[in-house]
Design a protein around this ligand. Structure first.
Ligand code: ZN
Length: 489
């Protein structure tokens, strides 16, 4: 590869040169959504972060297999659930099939991700479609001596594992601390140790989502699906595993323990974690009243929002911050992004109108290299945009007659912007109201000319029908001697 990329590996806690195991093939796994609720702001950041990585690696010529799972088996993630599966609970309240709920929110997630212009992963495996493989991994871990059975549930033996391997290597947590910090959770008394985690849980009678197994009718532990589906589609050793920082512990730590306990070595070469989003300095949470869904963000329909924000404004806003830094949402910050994006997109349109000279007053090759350097340095999108805005000043200065550019450089400048802004950063031109009004106007004129033709051919049925339908749609036609006029009611 022409470009050498450095990415920060959470496991080694430093930036490393990215060298795929089987270059140019790259295997990349990202923890996907749990589909029992509306897609929200918290979904946008990982989706966009790993979308940029996917797009950039593909742009550089890597063949990327991007796997992102759908968690649809509904897991017990905290003690508030009191033994009730999340999807099942919703299904009972809304009287739907659990899989209908999961499908509904999966569709909704896909719609919102499309709005944000994220590319679909190469494979999107569902946890519910991999129960057999998950049971197989449990059997393997039991066989290797790192799991035990209690009343039909199977738990991972963290203490035994830690004697041979290192539990906590990713998160930096030490077992002794975990021991003293553990809260009493539901079903805890079953485990040998509070920090042991479930590989298989026996289902309570009210639990709808359940599968038969060697041990009980039950369901897999949450961490299991990612260990299973990543290695099924990417091989026992693969390149990148990504997710939000909130998943680092226990989810990813447990994934490492499971894979190592089963295979004797871990699966992932580079662990990547995006930082979290806060809202006016606070963590987002339903109980805090600052929980914002993507739908609310796109429509402005939330008490904390001063206006609607387009998906591209959100995308640009997220990319203006480095993925490993916390990102704070506020109306002021979003409004600034909206303006910035407009300035950037306008400048790209201006490129087409620039007059060329013999020479250029900016080194375009160097400018392009700086854009690559920014992304090669652990996907530093804010630095990339800083360079692109330097370029915007240059473009506007050429338009004002204060700078010059040669025709070859102009072509290269245009390509550079298209490559970085549209292809890699995945931004799109926003259709303005003026542009859509123009389109509406031409469509109405086409219809009215068709009506005029019908009238001239004495096909009054058709001409009346067009008039009536337009009238129903709120468009009033006034016939004139030499044609027509129309207005919107
Ligand atoms: Zn996961």
């Amino acid at each position: 590869m022409e470009h050498k990329i450095h990415i920060y590996n959470t496991l080694s806690r430093k930036k490393e040169v990215f060298e795929p195991i089987n270059s140019p093939n790259v295997g990349m796994y990202v923890c996907g959504p749990t589909v029992y609720g509306d897609p929200h702001l918290g979904h946008a950041r990982p989706a966009i972060t790993y979308d940029i990585l996917f797009r950039y690696l593909t742009h550089l010529g890597y063949k990327v297999r991007y796997v992102r799972n759908i968690t649809d088996v509904g897991h017990l993630v905290n003690d508030a659930d009191q033994g009730e599966d999340k999807i099942a609970k919703k299904a009972r309240i809304e009287q739907l099939e659990p899989m209908e709920i999961a499908q509904f929110y999966t569709n909704s997630y896909h719609d919102k991700m499309r709005d944000l212009n994220t590319l679909r992963p190469s494979i999107e495996p569902h946890a519910s479609g991999h129960i057999i493989e998950q049971q197989e991994l449990v059997r393997k871990i039991i066989k290797n001596g790192y799991a035990y059975e209690k009343n039909g549930s199977i738990y991972f033996d963290v203490e035994k594992y830690n004697k041979k391997y290192n539990y906590g290597k990713l998160s930096g947590r030490v077992l002794d601390d975990l021991q003293s910090n553990n809260r009493e959770l539901e079903g805890q008394e079953e485990k040998n140790n509070p920090f042991d985690f479930a590989l298989w849980k026996k289902a309570e009678p009210e639990h709808i989502m359940r599968w038969p197994s060697d041990w009980s009718d039950g369901f897999p532990g949450w961490h299991l699906e990612c260990s299973v589906m990543s290695t099924k589609y990417l091989g026992e050793k693969f390149d990148i595993h990504g997710g939000g920082m909130d998943l680092l512990f226990p989810h990813h730590e447990c994934e490492i323990a499971q894979s190592t306990a089963a295979n004797g070595e871990e699966s992932v070469k580079y662990w990547m974690h995006n930082n979290m989003i806060t809202i006016e300095g606070q963590k987002m949470g339903k109980s805090l009243g600052n929980f914002i869904t993507l739908e609310e963000l796109f429509t402005g329909n939330h008490k904390l929002l001063a206006q609607a924000y387009s998906p591209m404004t959100i995308r640009f806003f997220i990319l203006q911050s480095h993925y490993r830094k916390p990102l704070d949402f506020s109306n002021e910050a979003l409004q600034a992004s909206e303006k910035g994006l407009e300035r950037l997109l306008t400048a790209i349109k201006t490129i087409d109108t620039l007059k060329t000279s013999e020479k250029s007053s900016l080194d375009i090759k160097n400018f392009k290299q700086k854009c690559y350097d920014a992304l090669n340095d652990d996907l530093n999108t804010p630095i990339l945009f800083a360079h692109l805005f330097d370029g915007v000043r240059y473009i506007n200065s050429i338009a004002d007659g204060n700078d010059i550019i040669s025709s070859a450089d102009l072509q290269e400048l245009k390509e550079t912007y298209h490559k970085f802004v549209f292809e890699i950063a995945g931004l799109k031109n926003i259709e303005t109201n003026a542009a859509s009004n123009d389109k509406l106007e031409s469509v109405i004129n086409i219809l009215l000319n068709t009506r005029l033709d019908a009238k001239n051919n004495k096909d009054f049925a058709t001409s009346d029908k067009i008039r009536d339908l337009l009238s129903e749609a709120g468009i009033i036609i006034k016939d004139k001697k030499d044609g027509f006029e129309w207005e919107i009611k």
